[in-house]
Write a protein that binds this ligand. Sequence first.
Ligand SMILES: [Zn+2]
Length: 643
Amino acid sequence: MAPTPVVKDRAPLHSGALYSLQLGSTRPAGWLRRQLEIQANGLSGHLDETWPDVGPNSGWLGGTGESWERGPYYLDGLVPLAWLLDDARLKAKAQRYVEWILTHQAPDGMIGPASNDDWWPRIVALKALTQYHEFTADPRVIPLMDRYFLYQLAQLPSRPLRDWGKFRWQDELLSVIWLYNRTGSPYLLDLARILHQQGYDWMAQYANFRFKEKITAEFIKLNEGGGLKDLALATHGVNNGQGIKTGPVWSLVSGSETDREAASKMIAELDRYDGLPNGMFSCDEHLSGRDPSQGSELCTVVEYMFSLERALAITGDPAFGDRLEKLAFNALPGTLTDDMWAHQYNQEPNQVECSLHHKPWVSDGPESNLFGLEPNFGCCTANFNQGWPKFAASLFLLSGGPDTDAHDGLVAAAYAPCEVRTNIRGTAVRISEETDYPFRGTVKLTIDPSSPISFPLQLRIPAWAAGAGITVNGRPEPQPSAGSFARVEHTWKSGDRVEINLPMQPRVSRWFNDSVAVERGPLVFSYSIGEDWVKLRDRGMTADWQVYPTTPWNYGVSVDPSNPASSLRVNESEIGAVPFSRQNTSVELHVKARKIPAWRAEDGAADPLPQSPIASVEREEEITLIPYAAAKLRITAFPILKA
Ligand SMILES: [Zn+2]
């Protein structure tokens, strides 16, 4: 595949700190490719065959079926999955939707099914089309978007953004900026401003955050009818996950430093009041506090990831890379089965049973943590598909000035095995990344320019990686700082090797009621409760499952807070064909523990964690912790035992 050019931010837009590489430049390899293949062989590659909502009668294929967000949601993940894997079968599936959209634009410029005129599903369709264009350069995409945006600019004063579109306007802004960077049509900046003016003010919500308690159905007037009110939409998990990107994306238009820094501020508030040890904030499906028995919706996981990918590129803040990896390697695979044929709506860090129950959800139904085709509601079924492919496409970014390519360089923003092919100042550059990260701490890059070329290579050193080291062709570079991008300047020639060593000693973090979670690198570890999978019903090509515990789970752990690593014994083994499977865990940790008899479950959910430290006179045992994602029934936040 030929190297592709990078499109930078066009004046008068304020340039991002970094730029996304054209889609197709970064391709998954190693375990990450296997993970995408599992996805392609699972529900993502067959969803249209078994789920009518995105099947042949979809409104987005001209049918009379579902005509709102589900078709575009599916396409938003199917396009990058199909093209990253270069999978002809999946490309053909995606092309059917794309063809219908491209060939059914109304004379006035409107796109999508005529049966509804909601702006929101079109925001998602635009995200899918911009990706499709980057992969294919189909010449029909830009004229279609241009006509649609002109139409929308004329319509918005009399038919403004409402409900979901109002709270998710920043996702359309991405596509408006994408087109502006390619066409330079000034009206697009007017459209950007009217979207900002009509859209919800996420920056104001987080400048003075007032949703500090678990949201209740009464608080958001859920039972008063008439659909979700603004208060409900402002506290809605998926909306907040999408909203995190708002400040950085809008800062490209506004030029405001405060806007650019707003994503960090939002994440800090969500962590403080709703933070969970899997890197998520609770949302089942409104913000629901820090108890690790609360859930997080799968749509929020993948939307939070996408927001982090955008925020990382625009701000160049490596902390977004740390969080992105935490979600990608824990919360995302933790809520899908190994074969990616079934998923949950809500996952819990302390998840002791997946069965029909109401506790502890704020507003979600009794199926919310079942594994299945469309537990609780089908949004996640259509939307989860974007998680892995967009992550795989976001591993490398480009650095350099907006107006010249003289200072261009490459940035390893997140780590996983991949291959990058791009252009630096007209020279083709290929980088192969070989690594078993996140299971191991060594990352090897082989640089292969078509002729020797000097450019900076920036390498993200996670905040947890104190003592990290970098070598170039075996010679050590100066010690990099944790929580930064290390910059390596070099005249690269074919076969140059860069090795990054990220220390992987286990550590602990503190959570609800002073509980403790164990982490190692970007992985979170959980006690794996014995699982009995009971089929509830067949669902076409897949099924809905309940999962019942077969072993006790109510453990407190003995951890020396001054030297946690001394309390944890590490065992590494081979990485299996399914990277995050319980059948073949590539890392295990062992820790001393005692049962806490008073800590029980009610209606399928663990009671709130007892306050730590806590005494126990039960027998001391050694328990095994495995990667969070591998344990579908799990304890992740533990009470600490009194010494
Ligand atoms: Zn969802």
